[in-house]
Design a protein around this ligand. Structure first.
Ligand code: IPE
Ligand code: IPE
Ligand code: MG
Length: 251
């Protein structure tokens, strides 16, 4: 038995995840890449459920980058269909669990059908008070900062803001997720150690955790391992995975 109990204050408040390695996972089994994406959805479910049971405030999942349009058209098509079908099947469940779903990124490039599904899902879960789930889709960190700059420039052009008044807080307010705590833990799966144009501004002080596990294999134990690593880095005392797990509620 552990005597020193871990406090929930030690946990990260906002976890961001670059869900990578679906294609390689599928290839290892001699299957097409899209088989990996389909199995990646299971890992998304597990991560959402485990993070919410840990009492994490917000989770941001990188599902599709602004650069991912460059992939073969067929793969992009399957990913879009997957978003639509997952939104249709999962949203009610998220709502029942009091979770709030948001999609961040440039949504205008998506089909009307997908944009409608997204708007409905966001509206349904808007007033929920549990964990916030951000799905980053057609998202790029450079896009996020560019949009913020454009919107700040509009305020200057209309005379509502003086150039001298632009400071970090003003930029932050105009970025996506400005209402959420800063990202304190970034997880990237599949062994790659880069940001790939994910949140640039919001990761300024995040601890970065890289694991060789491919995304479809990422489960509760992997999340607990990452969170344990985070707690030990931040607080510099040796807490165990069991202590982190003990904070999980059962539902
Ligand atoms: C991540 O897996 C999922 C998306 C980018 C949509 P990948 O598709 O990048 O898989 P790998 O990196 O090729 O293995
Ligand atoms: C980053 O993964 C984007 C997502 C996980 C959605 P990629 O696999 O697309 O990144 P790169 O191209 O290898 O850097
Ligand atoms: Mg990849």
């Amino acid at each position: 038995m552990q005597t020193n109990q871990l406090s929930t204050d030690s946990l990260p408040q906002h976890i961001a995840v670059i869900m990578d390695g679906n294609g390689r996972w599928a290839k290892e089994q001699g299957k097409p890449r899209v088989f990996g994406h389909k199995n990646g959805v299971k890992a998304v479910r597990k991560t959402i459920s485990s993070a919410s049971r840990l009492g994490i405030k917000a989770v941001t999942l990188f599902a599709f980058s602004s650069e991912n349009w460059a992939r073969p058209q067929e793969e992009v098509g399957v990913l879009m269909e997957l978003f639509i079908s997952v939104l249709s099947t999962e949203v009610k469940k998220l709502h029942k669990n009091n979770l709030r779903l948001r999609v961040i990124g440039d949504k205008r490039r998506f089909s009307e059908r997908l944009q409608e599904k997204i708007a409905k899902a966001e509206a349904l879960t808007e007033h929920n008070t549990g964990m916030v789930i951000n799905i980053a889709a057609n998202y790029g960190g450079k896009w996020d900062i560019t949009e913020a700059a454009r919107n700040v420039a509009k305020l200057v052009a209309s005379g509502e803001l003086a150039p001298e008044e632009i400071d970090e807080a003003v930029i932050t307010q105009h970025l996506t997720m400005s209402d959420l705590p800063e990202v304190d833990l970034l997880i990237r799966t599949s062994g790659e150690c880069r940001i790939s144009n994910f949140m640039l501004w919001q990761l300024a002080y995040a601890e970065m955790y890289f694991t060789p596990v491919y995304w479809p294999d990422f489960g509760e134990d992997n999340l607990v391992e990452a969170v344990t690593w985070f707690v030990n880095r931040e607080r510099r005392f040796g807490c165990t995975g069991e202590q982190v797990k003990a904070l999980m509620t059962s539902s």
